[in-house]
Design a protein around this ligand. Structure first.
Ligand SMILES: [Zn+2]
Length: 295
């Protein structure tokens, strides 16, 4: 069976189940999917439970602590309150590079001539220099640092924070001009911020968290996680609808996604199409209009 045929068969099955786009829309084979939250490659893939716990802890703290205290402790600088340039979107993908997954994303981005930023984990970059090179060869995309090994900065001391930042930055590829750092789980600290800024890096958060990790392989999110992620009930089985509605509410901005979740990849092309149909245009983090959103 040819790859193309197998792929169309897969999507015909998904269509019958009411879960997929038409085969004619998709010509790029998806990588073999893995269960969300299960290690895909390497030992530092997010365990689902860890992510869920970090998300709930974050929500609880934000609800129970006054804004001034959070600001003074530099706790959540990743949530960008600054308005983005109107109707401009920056796609960002965290937690790679992952074999197969990133190649699929690159093909989709090529098809639509869209730039993106990849926030790579340092030790995964060390394992997959070929994948890093593939991103660089495209010229269109930026590579940012997502630390060395993806710790929760709210749970580690300053020495460990410095090490996670510095080892991550040391792993950035030669010739990479971009200077962007994104905190794992979006959890920042004053010490971390100072360290990142001293290295000439910008802290990059997001306007829209797609909460893609919470959607399972069938594209559904359970009620509990929907609540913690702010997914409205009408979008509990509609990842694309949720993201586009969130973008409309923010009128564009930096969009957080992860390359390790099967549903994100499966819906990526339709998501791009829906964003375009809604009048959003795609730009790079290097767009001067985006700089006010950096920290
Ligand atoms: Zn991450």
């Amino acid at each position: 069976m040819s790859t193309r045929f197998r792929f169309c068969f897969l999507f015909a099955s998904l269509m019958l189940a009411g879960m997929g786009p038409a085969c004619s829309q998709v010509a790029i084979p998806l990588p073999s999917a893995s269960e969300p939250g299960q290690p895909v490659h390497g030992e530092h893939t997010h365990p689902h439970a860890l992510l869920r716990q970090a998300h709930l802890t974050r929500l609880e703290e934000r609800l129970s602590t006054d804004q001034e205290t959070l600001r003074r402790q530099c706790r959540f600088v990743s949530d960008i309150s600054t308005a983005p340039p109107q109707n401009k979107v920056v796609l960002t993908f965290d937690d790679g590079p992952e074999p197969d997954q990133i190649e699929y994303i690159l093909e989709v981005l090529d098809k639509y001539s869209i730039p993106a930023t990849f926030f790579f984990i340092g030790d995964k970059m060390a394992q997959h220099p070929d994948l890093v090179a593939k991103v660089q060869e495209k010229k269109r995309h930026l590579i940012g640092s997502h630390s060395w090994d993806h710790p929760n900065f709210h749970d580690i001391d300053e020495n460990a924070q410095r090490s996670a930042i510095m080892r991550g930055l040391e792993q950035m590829p030669a010739g990479n001009q971009a200077r962007y750092f994104r905190y794992p789980y979006g959890n920042s600290s004053c010490f971390g911020n100072d360290t990142i800024h001293q290295q000439g890096y910008h802290i990059t958060g997001w306007h829209v968290d797609t909460c893609d990790w919470a959607f399972d392989r069938n594209g559904s999110v359970d009620t509990h996680e929907a609540l913690s992620c702010g997914v409205l009930s009408q979008y509990r089985h509609d990842f694309v609808g949720h993201v586009v509605a969130s973008l409309r509410a923010r009128r564009g901005g930096i969009v957080l996604m992860h390359e390790i979740h099967p549903n994100t990849l499966r819906q990526l092309e339709r998501l791009i199409q829906e964003m375009q149909a809604d009048g959003f245009t795609f730009t790079s983090l290097d767009d001067p209009a985006m700089q006010a959103s950096m920290r």
